[in-house]
Design a protein around this ligand. Structure first.
Ligand code: ZN
Length: 306
């Protein structure tokens, strides 16, 4: 006959084969509960140790990085951009230029006036005021459309507007060349050239790329112009000198890096609050990507937006 004793934990009667009363008797259910408890606690402890180890590793890694604060906060570059006066700033004029929408016809290149579609020639004729303002804007020594630490999605360069301004100047250069007005043609090529330098002057990497994109179209047209036998040696020398001095307006990559830094910081600050792509109006990022800034459609320019 099997002896029976009480479980030391729950008091339930357990069949027991040991005669010694020193053995502590624990029933199957209590053993199973204890096993579950031990497993749970050891898992929790392992996870906690793992998390603490990651936090400790992160802390040690970060503690080796010196705290340099904002890398551009007090550099001379920021100071020099801040001191650009309104009267020296080409964007004050560029942003206010009224220009009619570009024709839908495909425009292959602006340097061959004979091949330019009629709709583009009409467009050029419609925008004489824009040409005059473009001439005034391009003569400015500097160009900044917003201060470095204010860069974000809401004030990006209006690509469509500046592409139209660049094309307008090149078309006018082409028209002048077709009438054998070689000096006037160079004058308008130089305006487009300076505008390309202004676009990338004090902006982000995207602005710099946009300036470089305009620059490549313009230099192709300059080469066509320079190969025309009606351009004499004196005019060629003058053009070469002016190209060199205007190219000096191209900023150091540090300036683009600085603007890009502030752009990223500001965008990350704002993104969770008001720049989600599927939000309704206003969505400056979507407008910008579509090259159709809202202010072009509703007829107000950025200078009025302030
Ligand atoms: Zn028990």
């Amino acid at each position: 006959m099997t002896a029976s004793r009480r479980c030391s934990r729950c008091g339930y009667a357990v069949p027991h084969q040991y005669r010694s009363s020193d053995v502590i008797v624990v029933c199957f259910d209590c053993r199973r509960r204890r096993f579950r408890r031990v497993t749970l606690w050891s898992t929790a402890a392992t996870v906690a140790v793992f998390i603490l180890a990651i936090l400790a590793w992160r802390f040690m890694s970060l503690s080796q990085i010196p705290d340099i604060g904002s890398p551009f906060a007090h550099t001379e570059v920021v100071a020099s951009i801040r001191t650009v006066g309104e009267s020296d700033n080409a964007f004050v004029i560029y942003d206010a230029i009224p220009i009619t929408p570009e024709p839908k016809d495909y425009l292959d290149a602006t340097n061959d006036w004979v091949a330019v579609p009629e709709s583009w020639k009409i467009w050029l004729g419609e925008n004489t005021e824009a040409l005059a303002m473009m001439e005034a804007g391009s003569a400015k020594p500097s160009a900044t459309y917003c201060l470095p630490d204010e860069h974000d999605f809401s004030n990006m360069l209006a690509v469509g507007h500046h592409r139209a301004l660049s094309r307008l100047s090149l078309l006018n250069a082409s028209r002048c060349q077709s009438k054998n007005e070689m000096y006037q043609s160079w004058h308008w090529l130089r305006i487009a050239y300076r505008h390309s330098r202004h676009c990338g002057m004090i902006g982000t990497h995207l602005d710099r790329s946009l300036g470089a994109f305009f620059h490549s179209s313009i230099t192709r047209q300059i080469l066509t112009w320079a190969s025309n036998p009606r351009v004499d040696e004196a005019l060629l020398r003058q053009a070469l000198d002016e190209v060199r001095s205007d190219f000096a307006m191209t900023p150091s990559p540090l300036v683009s890096l600085l603007n890009e830094y502030y752009f990223e910081v500001n965008v990350f600050d704002q993104f969770p609050h008001d720049a989600l792509p599927d939000q309704p109006e206003p969505n400056y990022l979507r407008d910008w990507l579509q090259c159709e800034p809202a202010w072009l459609e509703n007829g107000t320019c950025p200078s009025e937006r302030a």
